[in-house]
Design a protein around this ligand. Structure first.
Ligand code: AMP
Length: 431
């Protein structure tokens, strides 16, 4: 399957070639024909599957074709497409994608988000745009101030709906929907589909088709995973041990808390490992700077909380480390999806202390596979609890729950190759 097969118009095809996209990802191959037919779409997919292009290409193409027939008259542009997404990082990322795919058309976009002064954003809006990418709070704020009218919206995309709900944006979303015309094409994306999300989607979508890209596909097929049993207090030593014994660029470390993320960075800095934290307490400017330094290779290790990591789009991340295991299994899938993007294969290592073993079991249930246990490391946590589920054999003994003989060895072998690959090709392209 090629983008030509999907009947993408020449200026967008040219831009996709310039991006180095040779063939559509599964979500693109399935969604683009539905959206070019004008139907609504319910997409169950996570970041990393190529979902941004899956919605931005057809939205751009539809606007492009509208503008050809009759040819667009000069004059003030009215906002035709609205993309609402939960975080600033994601908003910026989506805006960059729109700009890249529209570079050979006359379609203009801008991005608005909170946490920064509004001057630059209102300036851009005053010049006129066809596509607006926004986080909910700033969108409502600028609507109330009269800088934005949604009266001419023809395409509405709600991205990462499950995170919108987690972040408490439900009322904002309802207010936004009330302001956009009923006659429109609606796209609704969410990585998970709990009842509250299904309910919300029914309020937004008309006659829709759905596309599901299972998160399990991402974990099982692309990402090499392993877990280290280690006590809470030894985690930082284990982290240092791994980073020093297998130096790698582009390592993303997940911490459950902002405080924890800062602590990890302080610890790594003491050992001269170039690292920085990205989380909600950092200003937008600081986050952007850190991300830029990470993408350019100035920082090797980025320590992030889950929310802050949503928009991190770095191709060929060499390694994701779960310093803490998340208590929501879907979050694990989101996290490890940061490595092994589009066509790359990735590695995800998790640290699991005795209190996190139930989380590990839940994750394994969700992804329907056992995660390989690395038993040979200097900080193995021996759990003496008599409960059979919690016992773990000491260092050197092979665990019963994972009898893949030699799998540790294979894992190490692959890991080395992967790191080597990264050292020899340090240039990372931006999405
Ligand atoms: P997303 O799921 O939208 O965050 O996309 C994940 C990454 O895949 C981004 O870096 C995109 O630039 C990249 N990508 C999207 N579509 C394609 C494609 N068809 N071929 C290669 N890379 C792609």
């Amino acid at each position: 399957m090629t983008f030509e097969d999907l009947r993408i118009v020449p200026p967008i095809l040219k831009a996709l070639k310039a991006q180095g996209y040779t063939s559509p990802t599964p979500i693109q191959a399935q969604s683009i024909p539905i959206l070019l037919r004008g139907k609504d779409l319910l997409g169950c997919a996570q970041t990393g599957t190529g979902k941004t292009a899956a919605f931005s290409i057809p939205v751009l193409q539809n606007i492009y074709l509208d503008q050809q027939n009759p040819p667009r008259k000069k004059g003030f542009r009215k906002i035709k497409a609205l993309i609402v997404t939960p975080t600033r990082e994601l908003a910026i990322q989506i805006g960059e994608n729109f700009t890249a795919y529209a570079r050979y058309t006359h379609i203009k976009n801008t991005v608005i988000f909170g946490g920064v002064k509004q001057g630059n954003q209102t300036q851009a809006l005053k010049k006129g745009v066809d596509v607006l990418v926004a986080t909910p709070g700033r969108l409502l704020d600028l609507m109330q101030q009269g800088f934005i009218s949604l009266k001419h919206i023809e395409y509405f995309v709600l991205d990462e709906a499950d995170h919108m709900l987690d972040m408490g944006f439900i009322h904002d979303i309802r207010k936004i929907i009330a302001k956009i015309p009923e006659k429109r094409q609606s796209l609704f994306f969410s990585a998970t589909m709990p009842p509250a999300i299904v309910n919300l989607s029914q309020k937004i979508l008309g006659d829709y088709d759905s596309v599901t890209i299972k998160p399990e596909q991402a974990t099982a097929e692309r990402v090499e995973q392993a877990v280290y049993f280690v006590s809470k207090s030894d985690k930082r030593k284990l982290l240092l041990h791994l980073l020093q014994s297998e130096p790698a660029q582009s390592v993303l470390v997940f911490s459950r808390t902002k405080f924890g993320a800062d602590k990890i960075v302080r610890w790594l800095k003491k050992s001269d490992i170039k690292s920085a934290a990205i989380h909600g307490n950092k200003s937008q400017g600081a986050r952007q700077r850190t991300l830029k330094e990470f993408k350019s290779g100035k920082i090797d290790v980025l320590v992030a909380t889950d929310i802050a990591a949503r928009g991190i789009d770095v191709d060929e991340l060499s390694l994701v480390i779960n310093y803490d295991l998340p208590n929501v299994s879907e979050t694990y899938v989101h996290r490890i999806g940061r490595t092994g993007r589009a066509s790359a294969s990735g590695i995800a290592l998790s640290f699991c202390d005795k209190d996190e073993r139930t989380y590990l079991r839940d994750i394994e249930k969700l992804i329907k596979q056992d995660i390989n246990v690395i038993e040979e490391h200097p900080y193995v946590e021996v759990v003496t609890d008599a409960s059979p589920k919690k016992t773990h054999k000491p260092q050197g003994a092979r665990s019963n729950r994972n009898k893949r003989s030699g799998s540790n060895k294979n894992f190490k072998h692959k890991k080395r190759n992967n790191y080597k690959k990264h050292r020899s090709s340090p240039s990372r392209k931006k999405g």
